[in-house]
Ligand binder design. Structure first.
Ligand code: NAD
Length: 693
């Protein structure tokens, strides 16, 4: 008997229990055990009925995703399902916690399903770019209405057992003990005709042709860049129009196509990458954490307000401080406006808004942060101002509190040096809008204590962020890379492209937003300030001055109605502007550049490889712990398309030798001296290796 499953027969009922913590994933051992026990139960005359169950926390979380990267191991889940279909005795799934993916497919191949109250049932495969590969697409629409089945499979969102009961997916909700209830159902079905879902017809009342034409159109609109949802629809259509086994063959073929395709590989990479970020090699997982029961934010501006909201959303009381009543009221007013808009959209209950607002306390006195467990500074981006605040915090905040800075460009070690407790200082780089964006770069200073780092990472999780550790450097991981991307975007203007062409190429490739639309949104003055500093500090870093010309005319972007585009009053839609084309042409003639036709492919390569190249340096310098952390920064903070897996993963999938070749080609082009392939990239390319190994 396999250890991953248990088998007991009691009073004529065989109970097969999945025992593979934490989620009873369908490992090879579990599948082997299931198959053996099902066969044994069917062959044993003393057994009258069979129940499959898991733990109270989980019936079964589905396939082991790691297995997707290797050749399929036998027995696979379809083989188990076939055995289930062949059973001559009642087979009941007792679902506690959740039945997801392969777990629900296992339950669907049982004759009956009994679930605990509030158990979650779903087929989330689409979130990993694949589809239910073991009969899910064929069985689900035969047991619940086709429209509901398509919705469950194309969104991947689970439903609670109460809803599953209404839809007919669950036969009974256990009010008392789940296993007892399932055994009772099993016993009551002995000797009766057993309903097999595979023998039923799909639950579709209307003409399949018109129904699926409508569904296809809608799903196509919602799934840009992802092939899985439409292939799911194709399988669902087969469930309505073809025999079960034919539908199963189509499902298998589509599954194989998706699992080896680039989109699913990227999404699976992202799934694992997210779980890796919290692992810090020299900070053990059992590092004792500091308690965070109350927080404070200094500065009630754009970032401070969003950060305070993040705390309130997580149920952590937060004090927000600004220097004047006016600035504080403006900040609190923005928070109220923000929440009210969410309430108006129906996405937050008024009572919840009130509760959250009740957790936020405003003050104009820095003394009011003295008892906080963490203080996050989000004042103007000036070293003198920040150091002054940290000096004051050091003098008054309680011992053991974490002192964090939201700086985006300044040296966290220098800020820490203003205190006598550098070990308690850490960077928390939120992204705007801080209450929405998932990324949090946690900046580890030279002296940041391990428990401070571990506590801040854990806090990030409570705030529902993806926390990525970054070492101290200018721009940390994300913005440091972005500068190289930006450099190329501006060079492309010099060489003949327009902002809309660059944006269009990158957006069609998958970026949520092109660079020029993004600069207009963030404010061109922000980048201008940074460039002015760079001109003094980094003469080796060459910039096109074309963006300065745009800024010199006060074209700061959306906030001034003009930037690289123009904007109609009240609208955020960028409109190409002939005035900008003139500025660019004038600049080209100033520097003697002859415009040429530039392909979308070149635009994408220039910008994306610039990201990966700087990412390689960041990796080599130890600023990022791993390539997948860099990918997470871009996936969660910069609108990088999940189906491309992040800049490092993308370079890996192109192949590093090819990326390196392209860079060497760019070295011969305009401003080619700015292309210096990172030594790590060269080494990996030459060794035939990848960043994400
Ligand atoms: P902001 O100008 O909107 O807000 C700064 C606030 O700090 C103002 O309300 C100001 O009155 C207040 N302030 C100034 N000195 C203070 C003091 N001594 N005590 C208390 N309050 C004081 O700026 P922001 O955009 O919110 O940026 C804040 C910080 O966050 C900066 O370090 C910035 O680099 C960083 N940051 C900004 C963004 C962004 O997109 N805006 C993103 C990441 C990080």
């Amino acid at each position: 008997m396999s250890a991953a499953t248990q088998y007991v027969v009691r009073d004529g009922i065989a109970v097969i229990t999945l025992d593979n913590p934490p989620v009873n994933g369908l490992s090879n051992a579990v599948r082997t055990g299931l198959l053996q026990h099902l066969k044994a139960a069917d062959a044993d005359p003393a057994v009258k009925a069979v129940v499959i169950t898991g733990s109270s926390k989980a019936f079964c979380g589905g396939a082991d995703i790691r297995e997707f990267n290797a050749p399929r191991l036998k027995p696979d889940l379809p083989e188990v399902n076939e055995q289930q279909d062949g059973m001559s005795k009642p087979l009941v799934a007792a679902i506690g916690g959740f039945a997801l993916g392969g777990g629900l497919e296992l339950a669907l191949a049982c004759h009956y399903r009994v679930a605990a109250p509030k158990a979650q049932l779903g087929l989330p495969e689409v979130k990993l770019g694949i589809l239910p590969g073991s009969g899910g697409t064929q069985r689900l629409p035969r047991v619940i209405a086709m429209a509901e089945a398509v919705k469950m499979m194309t969104t991947g969102n689970p439903i609670p057992s109460e809803r599953a009961k209404e839809l007919g997916l669950v036969d009974e909700i256990a009010q008392g003990d789940l296993l007892d209830a399932a055994i009772q159902v099993a016993r009551s079905k002995v000797g009766k005709t057993l309903p097999r879902i595979r023998d039923a017809s799909a639950k579709l009342e209307e003409d399949p042709a018109s129904f699926f034409a409508r569904v296809r159109e809608q799903v196509a609109k919602e799934s840009k860049g992802y092939p899985a949802p439409l292939l799911i629809v194709e399988c669902a259509e087969a469930a309505a129009t073809r025999p079960f086994d034919e539908g199963r063959r189509l499902e298998r073929a589509n599954f194989d196509k998706l699992v080896s395709g680039p989109e699913s590989r990227a999404l699976r990479h992202m799934f694992f990458a997210e779980r890796q970020t919290s692992k810090i090699p020299d900070v053990p997982e059992d590092t004792p954490l500091r308690e965070i029961a109350a927080a404070a934010v200094v500065g009630a501006g754009t970032m401070g307000g969003g950060i305070a909201m993040s705390f309130a959303n997580a149920g952590i009381p937060v004090t927000i401080v600004d220097t004047t009543r006016e600035a504080l009221d403006r900040g609190l007013g923005n928070i109220t406006k923000n929440y009210s808009a969410t309430v108006a959209k129906g996405r937050l209950a008024q009572a919840d808004m009130d509760k959250r607002m009740g957790l936020i306390r405003g003050s104009t006195s820095l003394d009011d942060v003295a008892n906080a467990d963490i203080v996050i500074e989000a004042v103007f981006e000036r070293m003198d101002v920040k150091q002054e605040i940290f000096r004051k915090l050091d003098a008054m905040v309680k011992k053991g509190a974490i002192l964090a800075t939201n700086t985006s460009t300044l040296d966290v070690d220098q800020i820490a040096a203003a205190t006598t407790r550098a070990g308690d200082v850490v960077g928390t780089h939120f992204f705007s809008p801080a209450n929405v964006m998932r990324l949090l770069e946690v900046v580890r200073g030279r002296e940041t204590a391990k428990d401070v780092l571990a506590t801040t990472m854990k806090l990030g999780k409570r705030l529902k962020k993806v926390s990525v550790v970054s070492g101290v450097c200018d721009g940390f991981i994300g913005n440091r890379m972005l500068e190289k991307y930006t450099q190329q975007a501006y060079f492309l203007l010099d060489e003949g492209a327009s902002p809309e062409q660059v944006d269009g190429a990158l957006q069609r490739w998958g970026m949520a937003m092109g660079p020029f639309t993004m600069y207009d949104m963030a404010g061109n003055d922000v980048g201008w300030e940074i460039r002015k500093r760079r001109y003094r500090e980094r003469p080796d870093f060459v910039y096109s001055r074309v963006a300065d010309r745009v800024c010199e005319l006060g074209r700061f972007g959306q906030k001034t109605g003009k930037g690289f585009y123009r904007y109609e009053p009240g609208s955020r839609r960028p409109i190409p502007d002939p005035e900008v084309h003139e500025i660019i042409e004038k600049y080209r003639s100033e520097i003697g550049a002859k415009p040429r036709q530039i392909s979308d492919e070149e635009i994408v390569q220039r910008c994306l490889y610039a990201l990966a190249n700087e990412g390689a340096r960041i990796l080599e310098e130890g600023i990022a712990l791993r390539a997948s952390d860099i990918d997470m920064v871009y996936l969660t903070g910069y609108g990088f398309p999940p189906y491309r897996g992040g800049p490092m993963f993308y370079a890996d999938s192109v192949g590093l030798p090819k990326v390196l070749d392209a860079m060497r080609g760019f070295q011969k082009g305009y401003q080619g001296a700015q292309w210096k392939p990172a030594p790590l990239l060269v080494r990996l390319a030459e060794a035939g290796k990848r960043f994400n190994e």
